[in-house]
Design a protein around this ligand. Structure first.
Ligand SMILES: Cc1cc2nc3c(=O)[nH]c(=O)nc-3n(C[C@H](O)[C@H](O)[C@H](O)COP(=O)(O)OP(=O)(O)OC[C@H]3O[C@@H](n4cnc5c(N)ncnc54)[C@H](O)[C@@H]3O)c2cc1C
Length: 396
């Protein structure tokens, strides 16, 4: 006899997005189960672990020394010919910088917060399929090697970049190759950082379609990685990473202690994020900043909204798509315009040759960003690349 669990809300995936959804659905009074196929939530990580302070604050999450590895207050941008531009975190509002997390601990703590709010957690539980019935969803899963069914009013799919939940529910989840970055990374020791409080980004041929990064986690430790679009290079991401590490002054003597790889959906959110009884959030919904590839904060924001909408739906006894699409509306309201702006900025950056990137870096080198106005910034960009500027349109 297969065991059946009944609940109001089932969240599939206990990454940052899923734990946030479970926490807010439970806070809203719903009965919630959060499941993850992993035996240890957060492990292994697939992330450079950068988040903005502003993002955490907006989510109401108090920073804790237990899951913050390092605090960043500067950004170093490096062009293909190693011309670097230094930005000060106080003056330039760049996402995905502020804290470098210890995600293995952070993710677990976010799940603990969900449990404290009242959610149940099922670890080592793999969702294998779902059937949408008249007034509920039946999710088939394997929990600790045993088959289990979960009968739930609402399913929140937070199952990351290789998501299945959306597809099982009939949503269009296919992502074009040009919109999926391959991310690879070493966590390294022996890194010779110019400044242990500076997040470093490297542009141009080192990472076709993306960029390379060095995100410090201590005086001589860092996440060193890159993202590439496979249609823009004949080599695989790992080969690019080996080359980058060998040729970069900061990392050439460093030693890897961990390897991480994963897909990063950078084409913007799916067209539809809800259907009857089902919502998708986080990487599963393509809610990754298309410019930076960062999805922790945006996924958690989606989780917060989806959790609240789910709890209200349960209270009102209606979890049809008409009700759940309130989540889509609120997410678009908070992030839609910003994401469109970042998509354009990415298009612009990818249209620049290595020479143009070098000119851009030269034009900005030594600038006092506290005093540069958007008009002055625009003038400099037009001077460097008038053609590419047309693509930018009115993003500034
Ligand atoms: C190399 C790399 C570097 C990155 N660097 C950054 C960065 O610096 N900053 C940033 O903000 N973002 C970064 N990202 C993106 C970030 O990691 C993701 O956006 C973020 O983890 C998304 O959170 P999520 O909860 O949506 O999904 P995930 O964190 O992927 O969590 C999904 C969870 O679902 C579980 N799961 C999947 N399928 C099932 C199933 N069938 N049943 C049960 N459980 C299931 C998985 O085990 C997993 O725990 C990076 C990504 C990569 C690959």
């Amino acid at each position: 006899m297969i065991k059946t669990i009944e609940t109001d809300v089932l969240v599939v995936g206990a990454g940052p997005a899923g734990s946030s959804a479970a926490k807010h659905a439970a806070r809203g009074g719903a009965e919630v189960f959060l499941m993850d196929k992993k035996s240890e939530i957060g492990t292994p990580k697939r992330c450079a672990e950068g988040v903005s302070k502003k993002g955490l604050k907006k989510l109401g999450i108090k920073p804790s020394s237990r899951w913050i590895a390092a605090e960043m207050d500067k950004i170093r941008l490096v062009s293909p010919s190693s011309i670097d531009v230094w930005l000060n975190q106080d003056n330039v509002d760049l996402p995905e910088t502020g804290y470098n997390l210890e995600r293995k601990v952070f993710d677990k703590h976010m799940a603990m917060d969900a449990a404290r709010a009242g959610s149940q957690i099922m670890i080592k539980t793999l969702a294998r399929g779902l059937i949408i019935k008249e007034d509920h969803v039946l999710v088939k899963a394997i929990h600790m090697e045993e088959q289990v069914n979960i009968k739930t009013k609402i399913v929140i799919g937070a199952d990351g970049p290789e998501s299945r939940v959306g597809r099982w529910a009939g949503l269009k989840t296919g992502i074009k190759a040009k919109n999926m970055e391959s991310g690879v990374q070493f966590e390294m020791v022996g890194v010779e950082l110019e400044d242990a409080q500076a997040t470093e980004f490297y542009f141009g041929r080192v990472a076709p379609g993306g960029y390379a990064w060095v995100f410090p986690k201590g005086e001589d430790m860092a996440n060193v990685g890159l993202g590439v679009i496979n249609t823009m290079t004949t080599r695989d991401a790992y080969e690019h990473l080996l080359d980058f590490v060998k040729n970069c002054e900061t990392t050439k003597n460093a030693v890897p202690v961990e390897f991480n790889a994963g897909g990063i959906p950078v084409g913007g959110p799916l067209e539809k994020l809800t259907t009857n009884n089902v919502m998708v959030i986080g990487d599963a919904a393509g809610q990754v900043n298309p410019f930076t590839g960062g999805g922790i904060i945006t996924g958690m924001q989606a989780g917060l909204i989806a959790g609240e909408v789910a709890a209200n739906a349960v209270k009102d006894g209606n979890w049809s798509q008409d009700v759940l699409k309130e989540y889509e509306r609120r997410w678009q309201e908070e992030n839609g315009a910003e994401f469109r702006k970042y998509l354009k900025a990415k298009e612009y950056l990818l249209s620049l040759s290595d020479e143009e990137l070098d000119s851009l870096a030269r034009a900005f080198q030594g600038n006092d960003f506290e005093r540069i106005s958007p008009t002055a910034l625009l003038k400099k960009l037009v001077k460097v690349s008038p053609k590419a500027m047309l693509k930018l349109g009115r993003i500034f």
